[in-house]
Design a protein around this ligand. Structure first.
Ligand code: PLP
Length: 347
């Protein structure tokens, strides 16, 4: 299918809310008797499941989030598709769910994108969000690993709106994930458990929370559903080192790998909240931002900790914007893809 055969859908690409509209098609594959079926691409439709299906009861649900872009050369780029495939399999493993074969994930998503290629419009501010997910479907109320699963992929248009710098609160009561837990997996339960603290923070006038480690409540882990990074003294990119309570973000990884090209040194190490507050209090220049596929980077404006507010550096010359622009430029083919991240399709 090529550009001349697919018509731009009757959809207002300028004005929409992210995540409520899907494209026209979805992918489905089923796991039964120890094997995945071949995938099927069908018009987006509701699915019917038994109320005994295990996904409703014991949390075996895993998802991914990646994006497709229209490149400056007209091709569709699925950014770091292989890294997302590897990560969904790590998440599935942690949740005792069967891995997805490379072909099913990679080929399936490419075919789905070809089918709905008219939804990947040529606009640098636009991307098509890809949501692969797996749910447990066996009918059984006993607590156990399901023997049956459904893999689905839906697509949803997304626009890079200007994101207002965030006022974040350091959460000192609730935690997101503990060592030995499942925080490094993109499984549904992690997000369900994060909603109440998030809502409480909103009521107090904050946009987002910073999670601390579960044991000492001393070290910074993530911000909301994003990784968190800092730029100290204008040229040191610092971020908490990965553990099984921190999600291995692909945006985080991309930024760390591009950092050298923008003249930053990289430090992956424990970062205590005391260190960050102390540096700001001493008048040092500290940039702070969240990183994730959805927004690439979300600048943080203030960090509130134990009732005190600490203001970060946000001026137009902040290094985080250079990093963001570099990553965006690689994704749409304006800068060379030195790391082999772009997965191009003719569609
Ligand atoms: C998905 C996610 C991220 C960001 O990962 P990306 O691969 O960069 O999108 C960070 N933290 C959590 C908790 C996440 O779920």
């Amino acid at each position: 299918m090529n550009q001349t055969e697919t018509r731009r859908p009757d959809f207002d690409f300028e004005n929409f809310t992210f995540g409520v509209q899907s494209t026209d098609h979805m992918l489905m594959a089923a796991y039964q008797k120890g094997a995945w079926s071949t995938y099927r691409i069908a018009p987006v439709q509701s699915i019917s499941l038994s109320p005994l299906a295990m996904c409703f009861h014991y949390g075996q649900t895993v998802f991914e989030g990646l994006k497709a872009f229209r490149m400056s050369n007209g091709k569709i780029n699925v950014f770091r598709m292989e890294s997302h495939w590897k990560r969904i399999n790590r998440s599935l493993k942690r949740m005792a769910m069967p891995p997805l074969p490379e072909e099913l994930f990679m080929e399936g998503i490419q075919q789905l994108l070809k089918q709905d290629s008219a939804w990947v419009i040529d606009d640098p501010e636009y991307s098509l969000y890809i949501r692969p997910f797996v749910i447990a479907t066996e009918q059984k109320l006993g607590v156990d690993a399901s023997q049956e699963y459904l893999f689905m992929v839906v697509l949803s248009p997304m626009r890079a709106y200007y994101n207002k710098p965030l006022k974040v609160k350091v959460e000192t009561n609730y935690i997101r994930a503990a060592r030995g837990g499942a925080g490094a997996a993109k499984n549904g339960g992690n997000y369900g458990a994060s909603l109440l603290p998030q809502i409480n923070a909103k009521k107090e006038g904050f946009d987002q929370i910073i999670w601390l480690d579960a044991k000492e409540k001393k070290f910074i882990e993530e911000s909301g559903t994003m990784n968190i990074l800092f730029i100290l003294e204008g040229n040191r990119l610092v971020t908490p080192e990965l553990s099984d309570s921190i999600l291995d973000g692909i945006t985080r990884d991309s930024l760390l790998k591009l950092a050298g090209e923008e003249g930053f040194s990289v430090e992956e190490r424990p970062v205590s909240i005391e260190e960050i507050c102390q540096r700001i209090e001493n008048g040092e220049r500290v940039e702070a931002f969240g990183a994730g596929t959805a927004a690439v980077i979300s600048p943080i404006e203030t960090i509130s900790y134990q009732g005190k507010s600490f203001a970060t550096y946000l001026a137009a010359d902040a290094g985080m914007y250079r990093l963001k622009n570099r990553l965006s430029a690689v994704r749409i083919g304006v800068l060379p893809d030195k790391h082999g991240w772009n997965h191009l399709l003719d569609a």
